[in-house]
Design a binder for this molecule. Structure first.
Ligand SMILES: [Zn+2]
Ligand SMILES: [Zn+2]
Length: 144
């Protein structure tokens, strides 16, 4: 039994296959992506903001955000592009929520601290390994 869905973009009923939007809208999205991509990859536009991209391409920023989140537009190359935190709307450049919202999640901060402690301990262990290695070597040299 094919599953029927309302397309979230145009509200038409379509058969759910591999996509979350209908074929028409999928095509439209691809066109939009090409427009955005062609615009930002020009050297002069590398520093464009979301607003400028929206103005220049006529593609709604919601879709530009989507392309960024899908990883189709990599923020490494575009220092002024960002997308909103899913929780509070602050513009962010990585993850799904901003660091403030991450902090508000129960034990979010605690977990981060634990991770930091682990990383530091590992580093210390690495260092002590190096020291041990050297002292073993020295002893070996002395014995010779
Ligand atoms: Zn549609
Ligand atoms: Zn937030």
């Amino acid at each position: 039994m094919p599953e029927l869905l309302n397309c979230p973009r145009c509200n038409k009923i379509f058969v759910k296959a591999f996509r979350e939007v209908c074929n028409n809208c999928h095509q439209q999205e691809e066109d939009d992506f090409q427009k955005v991509y062609h615009y930002v990859r020009k050297k002069d536009n590398r520093r464009a903001t979301i607003h400028e991209v929206e103005e220049a391409t006529g593609v709604e920023k919601e879709f530009i955000y989507k392309f960024i989140k899908q990883g189709r537009i990599s923020l490494h190359s575009f220092p002024n592009l960002a997308y909103p935190c899913e929780s509070c709307g602050t513009m962010i450049r990585e993850g799904r929520i901003c660091s403030d919202c991450r902090g508000n999640i129960t034990d979010g901060l605690e977990r981060l601290d634990i991770e930091k402690t682990f990383a530091e301990r590992n580093k210390r262990e690495e260092n002590s390994k190096i020291t041990t290695y050297h002292s073993v070597n020295n002893r070996f040299d002395r014995n010779r």
